[in-house]
Design a protein around this ligand. Sequence first.
Ligand SMILES: NC(=O)c1ccc[n+]([C@@H]2O[C@H](COP(=O)([O-])OP(=O)(O)OC[C@H]3O[C@@H](n4cnc5c(N)ncnc54)[C@H](O)[C@@H]3O)[C@@H](O)[C@H]2O)c1
Length: 304
Amino acid sequence: MATASIQIVLEQDSILSQQIANERSMVATNDDSEPAVPVGASVGGKHNVFDMFSLNGRVAVITGGARGLGYSMAEGLCAAGLSGVAILDLQSDLGERACDQLYSDFGVTAKFYRLDVRDEVAVQDAMNSVVRDLGRIDILILSAGVADIVHAEEYSPEKFRRVIDINLNGSFICAQAAGKLMIAAGRGGSIVFVGSMSGSIVNWPNPQCAYNSSKAAVIHLMKSLSAEWAKHRIRCNSISPGYMDTPLNTTFESEYFHEWKSRAPIGRLGRPDELAGCALWLASDASSYCTGTDILIDGGYTVL
Ligand SMILES: NC(=O)c1ccc[n+]([C@@H]2O[C@H](COP(=O)([O-])OP(=O)(O)OC[C@H]3O[C@@H](n4cnc5c(N)ncnc54)[C@H](O)[C@@H]3O)[C@@H](O)[C@H]2O)c1
């Protein structure tokens, strides 16, 4: 009886080994010109999942990285072994200081480029300079953004346009400029848009129709580019935070804070470093099959 059981187990093992061998050969012959599996992964064998998060030798560009969420995501990526990081932002003092800090904390070559994301000529110049100065662009994080709190009936068209122009058009201008270089280099890449939960729900009780609309459009822009650029192995995804504890919000009335916290099941604002793990996952090969996805990080705000 016992001998029969052992025999069955051995036969099952042998069938399983054959299946794994078949899967390996299928993956290996899928496309001879491309590596079948991402760096650090293996099929059916042993691998260290942490290797898939490595950014060794890669270069990231981070718009709006002088402070807030962009800076925190820059820290997360630098810790994973970037060879270079470029911060693109309007604020020179903060941007230079951010680069000094990233170099001092992580030893990563960090360069600051001052620009307005609405200025397509300056943006393309800066992206070209990043390739010249740091060698390549593998990752783009689009964190530059602004927010207003204005009642719809009082919104001037000029003020409304400014929010759309920075958040939506600025994201497109930067994605297009980096995307062209990624396509020309032929190595693929990862673009991480920063949306907002307000792209899916309406921020409340603060009236923000321009901001909410801009973020809904950013998420759909991300999805559109993910479809167009998959053939170039450029993945596009977005992170959509809930209310986070950054300078963007401290300019608003503190009366909103209680409401914002009480509407999130987790009961507090998010810390900037609570996006860094997701940004690293999206930037790295650990997310190699993920494109066109919006990831909400909102303390549960949108489930209620
Ligand atoms: N803080 C939040 O609660 C929250 C929630 C959801 C989404 N977001 C989004 O996250 C992103 C970052 O927000 P944050 O909280 O870190 O804000 P922040 O104000 O702390 O940082 C934004 C950075 O973008 C830069 N910037 C603004 N306009 C620019 C322009 N025209 N050109 C170049 N740089 C410009 C600023 O100088 C600043 O360094 C924004 O897109 C924001 O909409 C923030």
